[in-house]
Design a protein around this ligand. Structure first.
Ligand code: AQP
Length: 348
């Protein structure tokens, strides 16, 4: 094994990568924790690469026709939220084989012990860990490949992905050390905003998730105005009015969640929301939140519906994005093969 080397981060040009699984319809959690911030990043003068990670989605069973529909719908959500395919690269993961190829190399870098500590695997596998797919266990190493196939330096994500990004850093460092190279950057997670972890509307201790069996637990980006308002009205809360400081929300996870959602949608801090609504009952706060949610989400939903009328156009955008992504990732993965010692002979 070669001598360990330090990785000077300054030598890597900044590049942003992030993805969303088409494992269901996108939720308000995906919007506030990821999509909304992806759009903001587009204007920061750094190259932005965004991906519907369909290969991650099949780590749990997906009906093929639904997977295609969800991938297009996810892409439509990116576009409707403001991702401009001329300024950002937008594609679906399986169209760029570099992800799977580098994922395999990283399966040989990551250690079983590292993977066994991943809380998302434990949560998703639950008591059924003997029966879940090997892909679900290896998920974080494919995620590292998604990011590092582009030598991305910054990854905007929700709070739940923090541990996977730490693993991505460990994989990059171990690869660099094992092969005595300064090849991969050590990525920075970018976890920002008032709603980095949007919680279920039925249980303030559980993450809002697209695969939660209860549709009442989440707001889907495809929900119409009435449905959004109803779900917020029925969201679990407690009988107390809102306090006059954030400290007063410490043991009130459901109330804290609604305040965070309001803040993130309004572009305020949670402190500002508490100042504005100190002493308010949920009978006042929930309708205000519902109005705000509808005002922010309805234009996105309408635009998604419009885009979904023309699936061929969505596929065209994803194909173009894939060609641009491939042009970046292919030479990087080819260099990885050279570093690792794979022969790449000319085809005669
Ligand atoms: N509740 C959430 N709050 C804030 N951010 C969230 N994200 C997801 N849920 C929340 C962020 O959205 C991005 C894409 O996530 P993903 O779809 O790839 O996977 P996930 O985190 O496992 O999301 P779900 O909805 O829970 O999917 P399923 O149910 O299929 O597992 C990430 O940046 C994530 O942090």
């Amino acid at each position: 094994m070669a001598e360990p080397v330090q990785t000077p981060q300054a030598s890597f040009a900044p590049r942003i990568f992030s993805g969303i699984q088409p494992s269901g319809g996108l939720t308000l959690g995906n919007y506030l924790g990821a999509l909304k911030r992806f759009v903001e990043k587009q204007d920061e003068g750094i190259e932005t690469i965004y991906c519907m990670v369909d290969m991650h989605a099949i780590t749990v069973w997906q009906d093929p026709a639904k997977l295609r529909q969800q991938t297009r719908e996810g892409a439509a959500a990116f576009l409707a939220a403001g991702i401009d395919p001329a300024r950002s690269i937008l594609f679906n993961q399986s169209q760029v084989s570099a992800h799977a190829e580098l994922g395999w190399i990283f399966n040989c870098i990551a250690r079983m012990g590292w993977m066994s500590r991943m809380t998302q695997f434990k949560d998703k596998a639950g008591k059924n860990s003997e029966n879940v797919s090997l892909g679900l266990f290896a998920y974080p190493s494919l995620m590292a490949a998604d990011i590092l196939a582009y030598k991305a330096t910054h990854v905007p994500v929700g709070e739940d992905q923090k541990q996977h990004l730490e693993l991505t850093r460990d994989i990059a460092i171990k690869f660099n050390n094992d092969y005595g190279v300064n090849f991969f950057p050590v990525v920075e997670p970018v976890i920002e905003g008032a709603a980095t972890r949007v919680m279920s509307l039925r249980d303030g201790t559980k993450k809002m998730s697209k695969s939660d069996p209860s549709d009442q637990s989440r707001i889907n980006l495809t929900d119409d105005a009435d449905t959004i308002a109803k779900k917020i009205r029925k969201a679990k809360t407690d009988p107390e009015p809102l306090p006059d400081s954030l400290d007063g929300l410490k043991d009130r996870p459901e109330a804290r969640n609604l305040v965070n959602i309001y803040a993130a949608l309004a572009g305020h801090t949670a402190e500002q929301v508490i100042r504005d609504y100190a002493g308010a009952q949920f009978g006042t706060f929930k309708p205000a939140l519902a109005d705000l949610a509808v005002a922010k989400l309805e234009p996105i939903t309408l635009e998604m519906n419009r885009l979904m009328q023309d699936p061929a156009e969505i596929d065209r955008i994803l194909g173009q994005g894939a060609a641009r992504a491939e042009a970046i990732a292919r030479p990087i993965v080819d260099q990885v093969y050279d570093i690792v010692g794979m022969i790449r002979a000319p085809r005669t």
